[in-house]
Design a protein around this ligand. Structure first.
Ligand code: ADP
Ligand code: MG
Length: 279
């Protein structure tokens, strides 16, 4: 039996199946119709088919990348209201979004009181990195240390350290909220040491570097950590009010207020840059 003669559209459909381009296959009939009706040129038809497939793949790649990075709460720099934190140098933060710090394997510290957007900014840079095709891992210090302790108990510490070292960017959130055990601090040091000059790190903390001895329960470990984490480092201080509490700042007892004097900031003046004559 002679095979049925194949039409060109059939051949294209078969090629799209063979090339595993399901989204382009789905779009094919519509593109052909628009081509026949003169809405698209031949080249535009090709472009349209490829774009359909490409966008579907990009969306999937980014979704997977965010999942493996454990970036579940998506934040972007565009959502960040810089006017609310006039102390923060917008240009420096925007420069980080160029992601050169990842190529240079630098460490970025976001320091500031609770609610000032440290996690937001760290997440936004992580999301930008995933979109740019970089591998990222996000965790808070307590979770990361717990995972190292578990791996150690199971005799798999080196595997875990290797896992946490192979991403282009490791984000360690919330340094200083909970003190670590001595073993926890040692394990974290092993991780930092293994990553040193191998990959970029972003750290967020509500505590100053002077307090790292307390956080890590040992001045020697803290000094060794800072030695690595302040070499090739960018330190960004945010010295403002909590965005979470922006509507309720006046309800906070003075003892819980951030270090700067909130009493001077009437609700009207809290937002935005101080006027020149007041600065
Ligand atoms: P931190 O980690 O410093 O405690 P977060 O980044 O968790 O603070 O911020 C708390 C909440 O407020 C988040 O939902 C964050 O998206 C939001 N937020 C903080 N600062 C800003 C800001 N300047 N503009 C917009 N949203 C902000
Ligand atoms: Mg936070």
């Amino acid at each position: 039996m002679t095979p049925l003669p194949q039409t060109t559209p059939d051949k294209v459909r078969r090629l799209l199946v063979g090339l595993k381009m399901p989204r382009a296959l789905e779009a094919f009939d519509d593109v052909v119709r628009r081509l026949e009706q003169g809405e698209l040129s031949g080249l535009e038809a090709v472009q349209s088919l490829l774009a359909e497939e490409f966008e579907t793949r990009e969306t999937r790649r980014i979704k997977m990348g965010l999942m493996t990075a454990r970036l579940t709460r998506i934040k972007t720099l565009a959502d960040y209201d810089f006017a609310f934190q006039p102390s923060l140098e917008r240009e420096r933060v925007l420069a980080l979004a160029g992601l050169d710090f990842i190529e240079r394997k630098e460490t970025v510290h976001f320091l500031g009181p609770p609610g000032t957007g440290k996690t937001h900014l760290a997440t936004a840079l992580g999301v930008a990195a995933v979109k740019a095709g970089k591998s990222v891992y996000f965790g808070n210090l307590a979770e990361i240390v717990a995972s190292l302790e578990k791996a150690e108990r199971e005799g798999a510490l080196q595997n875990r350290i290797r896992f946490l070292t192979r991403n282009a960017l490791l984000i360690v959130d919330e340094i200083g909220y909970l003190p670590l055990t001595q073993n926890g601090a040692n394990l974290f040091f092993q991780l930092v040491n293994a990553r040193y000059e191998k990959g970029a790190v972003i750290l967020t903390s509500n505590r100053s570097f002077k307090e790292w001895g307390q956080i890590f329960g040992d001045n020697v470990v803290a000094a060794a950590l800072l030695d690595r984490l302040l070499h090739h480092a960018v330190v960004i201080h945010i010295e403002g009010n909590s965005y979470r509490l922006r509507a309720h700042q006046n309800l906070l007892p003075e003892t819980l207020a951030p270090p700067q004097n909130l009493a001077q900031n009437s609700p009207k003046r809290r937002r935005g840059r101080p006027r020149k004559d007041q600065a």
